[in-house]
Design a protein around this ligand. Structure first.
Ligand SMILES: Nc1ncnc2c1ncn2[C@@H]1O[C@H](COP(=O)(O)OP(=O)(O)OP(=O)(O)O)[C@@H](O)[C@H]1O
Ligand SMILES: [Mg+2]
Length: 346
């Protein structure tokens, strides 16, 4: 006797399907919406909580297989959607999550990580903004290949520049090149406020902020001014970078900013014979992740393509997506989005 499948059967079957990144099942993550049953046909929507690329197709296949395994089902129609959950702390702005990329030390690759993270998330279909808050050396315009803001139409907010699907704002657009600028506390505070309130960001899933190096007053006041949803900390493998990055960990912790993870940059250089040279030592990333109580989200190798991409305004995830560093950076974007959604979902 053939019976009819019920909504309960569908949910039961799907409670065995895991989101590979979040490592929880789709039902308890409340991702299954709009179940429609017509005889032996089942239709439903999976609403992901991150852009979930490149895992989206795998999830769709897993859902189809789990349902087709039921005797009573012979066709499945899955619609894939995504709705990034919002950080309730952010009021008055149509921005769902604000993520800062920081480190204690200069030159470790913060801007590189921030830029590639933003571009990779946008490439997955998320709405992304990138705010370069590095008042000492705003490198984001060069790295994104944009050098000026578009004109502001009358009666509208400041229009951000746009590149690779990312809306970009930088302190660099405001100062002439090569001109030193002395920032005093209140001035910086109001500049950052302006970047958040007066720039016409539109709706964003993620605003990525490239922080200036260090953990002094400037950084602290930034972290206090902006309602940060999470922080990503970049370090290189060696001790001096670790020591400085440890200060960034305590800064985020003191300000109650959840640390989404640690990224170790310049982890190794692959030699022509395939062996790895660890020019900057090893272990810093792992040690820092332990201290932060957060995962080590990736080890980025030293590759010419990264530096070239930065200098030429074509981030490596775009200019050389097959390179080892681009692969790590794309994986990083997926993990950061996943960690952020877990925090938002509580
Ligand atoms: N994995 C890498 N392989 C090769 N070059 C890299 C790598 N990571 C960063 N670089 C290069 O190193 C330089 C410094 O990186 P970046 O500007 O991202 O660091 P930063 O931490 O933002 O520095 P600052 O503290 O000055 O803001 C850049 O020229 C960048 O292209
Ligand atoms: Mg930088």
């Amino acid at each position: 006797m053939s019976s009819i499948v019920t909504e309960k059967d569908v949910l039961n079957a799907l409670s065995q399907v895991m989101d590979p990144e979040l490592r929880r099942d789709l039902v308890s993550l409340k991702m299954i919406k709009d179940i429609r049953i017509d005889g032996s046909k089942v239709a439903l929507t999976v609403e992901l909580t991150t852009p979930a690329c490149p895992l989206r197709q795998q999830i769709q296949r897993d859902v189809e297989q789990a349902l087709l395994a039921l005797d009573e089902v012979d066709s499945v129609d899955v619609t894939m959607g995504a709705r990034v959950p919002e950080d309730k702390k952010i009021r008055d702005l149509p921005i769902k999550n604000i993520i800062a990329v920081g480190s204690g030390k200069g030159g470790v690759g913060k801007s590189t990580v921030a830029v590639n993270l933003a571009v990779a998330l946008a490439g997955c279909g998320a709405k992304v903004g990138l705010l370069d808050a590095d008042i000492y050396g705003p490198n984001v315009p060069m790295m994104m290949g944009v050098h000026a803001l578009p004109p502001t139409p009358q009666g509208k907010g400041i229009q951000p520049a746009e590149a690779y699907g990312v809306k970009v704002m930088s302190i660099g657009f405001m100062v002439s090149q090569g001109q030193p600028l002395i920032w005093r506390g209140p001035m910086l505070h109001s500049a950052i406020q302006q970047f958040l309130q007066d720039v016409d960001w539109g709706e964003l899933d993620y605003l990525i902020i490239d922080l200036p190096p260090g953990t002094g007053d400037v950084q602290l006041s930034l972290v206090q001014t902006v309602p940060l949803s999470g922080g990503v900390i970049v370090t290189t493998p060696q001790q001096v970078s670790y020591d400085d990055a440890a200060r960034a960990v305590s800064m985020f912790k003191k300000m109650d900013v959840p640390i989404l993870g640690v990224v170790e940059n310049m982890s190794y250089l692959r030699m022509p014979d395939g062996s790895l040279r660890r020019l900057f030592g090893e272990g810093g990333g792992e040690q820092l992740a332990g201290l932060a109580g957060a995962p080590l989200l990736g080890n980025i190798p030293i590759e010419e393509a990264v530096r070239e991409g930065g200098d030429q305004g074509a981030p490596v995830v775009i200019s050389d997506p097959e390179s080892a560093s681009a692969q790590v950076l794309m994986g990083l974007a997926t993990s950061v989005a996943a960690r952020m959604s877990m925090i938002d979902l509580g």
